[in-house]
Design a protein around this ligand. Structure first.
Ligand SMILES: *Cc1c(COP(=O)(O)O)cnc(C)c1O
Length: 224
């Protein structure tokens, strides 16, 4: 790690947090939580972010997240790990043991697997339901029309649903998708809204995001 890397990650983080604060004071209410999306980022950048005080991280793969984070809990007891990528039912146990929040519940079968996995792990992991607001065939997330039924089933299984998450289509303005997600969350009495990434987190906050997921804008471009 060079000093330049440290300065730029710490500086970018400070700028993002400043933007989040400013947006919160315009709207009133608590500032959104900055989720640092650490997927595919080199370890030295993560160290830098930790040193700068960043504690909430988003990962999209269970295995990669486990390798990176499972040994870190002892040093950073206030670490919060959020799964933001699609979850296969055969990884539910691993996910329930590792993550503090699972943002990507999107089907009844996964709800059942998670309920079982949490029972086995002896911990309740709060979940968000991922909504496919753009109704894109290739994208995960429950369709808006299926949301009520999925929430109902998940609640019956004893899952704790804290909110909703979405990833708007890349080629469309994100605003209408953020507005739809906010409306759905309100209709179901859910408090958390995970929406907005590097390019549009400030807009997402204007629509009520409580959690913004920022990767490249915080850490720099991902290795591909
Ligand atoms: C990668 C990813 C992000 C972060 O994207 P950036 O454009 O790097 O900010 C946010 N949310 C999800 C679900 C992701 O997979």
């Amino acid at each position: 790690m060079t000093d330049t890397d440290f300065l730029s990650i710490a500086q970018r983080r400070a700028e993002i947090l400043g933007g989040i604060e400013a947006a919160a004071s315009l709207r009133g209410g608590a500032p959104a939580v900055l989720v640092g999306v650490s997927k595919q980022q080199p370890g030295d950048r993560i160290e830098t972010a930790l040193a700068a005080g960043q504690r909430v991280y988003g990962e999209n793969r269970v295995q990669e997240a486990g390798e990176r984070w499972s040994g870190r809990r002892a040093d950073y007891p206030d670490l919060e790990l959020r799964l933001i990528g699609p979850l296969q039912t055969n990884k539910a146990e691993e996910a329930a043991a590792l993550f503090d929040v699972i943002e990507t519940l999107d089907r009844a079968k996964l709800a059942r697997a998670l309920a079982k996995a949490m029972e086995k792990a002896g911990r309740t992991v709060p979940v968000l339901v991922q909504v496919n607001t753009g109704e894109e065939p290739q994208k995960s997330g429950v369709l808006p029309t299926g949301l009520a039924a999925l929430i109902g089933e998940a609640c019956e299984l004893g899952l704790q649903i804290d909110g909703l998450m979405c990833i708007p289509p890349v080629n469309e303005p994100a605003g209408p998708h953020f507005a739809l997600l906010a409306r759905l969350a309100q209709a179901h009495g859910l408090a958390q809204l995970s929406m907005g990434m590097s390019a549009d987190y400030e807009m997402a906050i204007r629509f009520g995001a409580t959690h913004v997921r920022v990767g490249a804008g915080l850490f720099g471009a991902r290795a591909s």
